[in-house]
Design a protein around this ligand. Sequence first.
Ligand SMILES: NC(=O)c1ccc[n+]([C@@H]2O[C@H](COP(=O)([O-])OP(=O)(O)OC[C@H]3O[C@@H](n4cnc5c(N)ncnc54)[C@H](OP(=O)(O)O)[C@@H]3O)[C@@H](O)[C@H]2O)c1
Length: 295
Amino acid sequence: MSETILITGASGQLGRIVLDQVLASGKVAPASVIAASRDPSKLAAYAEKGVQVRKVDFDDPAALPAAFAGADRILIVSTDALGEPGKRLAQHKAAVEAAASAGAKRILYTSMPQPDDSAVTFAGDHLGTENAIKATGLAYTIFRNGWYMENLFMALPHALQTGQWHSASGNGRIAHVARRDVGEAIAAGLLASDGESRTYTLTGAAARTTEEIAAAASRATGRPLRVVHVTDAELAGGLKAAGLPDFLVPTVVSFDTNTREGKIAMATGDVEALTGHKPTSLEDFLSENAQALQA
Ligand SMILES: NC(=O)c1ccc[n+]([C@@H]2O[C@H](COP(=O)([O-])OP(=O)(O)OC[C@H]3O[C@@H](n4cnc5c(N)ncnc54)[C@H](OP(=O)(O)O)[C@@H]3O)[C@@H](O)[C@H]2O)c1
């Protein structure tokens, strides 16, 4: 490929997988890859491989057009700025505007499933960013990332310890997807040669209820695990008591509301279509992580 690729958030967990996959593909020379981070020192090993390393901080909009200069395809990895309402969307909009003014040919973005119909508190950040990208008139690829299997580390260790998983998800389903599969799929989409604008929803192969996930976790670890169905308010109370920062409580509760309302129940074939292989199964993920989940 002759185009230059820029990846923001390249030192993050997802960004690094995408960067590694892009380089491992051999489809693009390291010199045509720009790895960007707020802290370029975290990417020193990539600079040694010939990758261009640049400082990119969406909180410094004035510096962004120069930082994006020469990039044909720009992957904007969504940030983790959830603490201050409105901040994340402002960050993303600054990145989109700078990508367009720097002359990018395609903008790629990590969104979430059906942000236009979601109970998740931050869905508006993703919908607003998708709309800002579409408004540029440039070609785009939107990766609506399903919930990572790794998110199960938020609830399962405590649940396995106590034998009880407090959930407000009811009988709603989620097709969790391994972060690695998401990263591989995004790398493939970043390297794709077709000129169309695309929206992918990256999920695991099968959507399961919390009870089905609990049963699978129990099989993988040999520990009994029962789902205790609670209301949103009860879940919020439990999360507060467990010490979750106040600003995160409504967000974490909204994940369960969203699941219960069937808004994240989709299971697509998009990971396999992009990577050429089936996504990691929940059973494989749980057995590979059985020890860590009990630590
Ligand atoms: N689908 C899911 O289940 C799920 C779960 C968790 C998060 N997410 C979303 O997916 C994104 C990537 O996930 P991850 O697992 O890689 O999380 P992570 O390791 O916590 O990465 C956070 C990312 O945000 C970037 N970032 C933060 N502030 C920034 C700023 N001011 N300007 C530019 N970039 C900034 C970081 O880049 P640098 O540090 O390199 O600057 C880093 O790549 C998260 O940020 C979040 O939006 C999705």
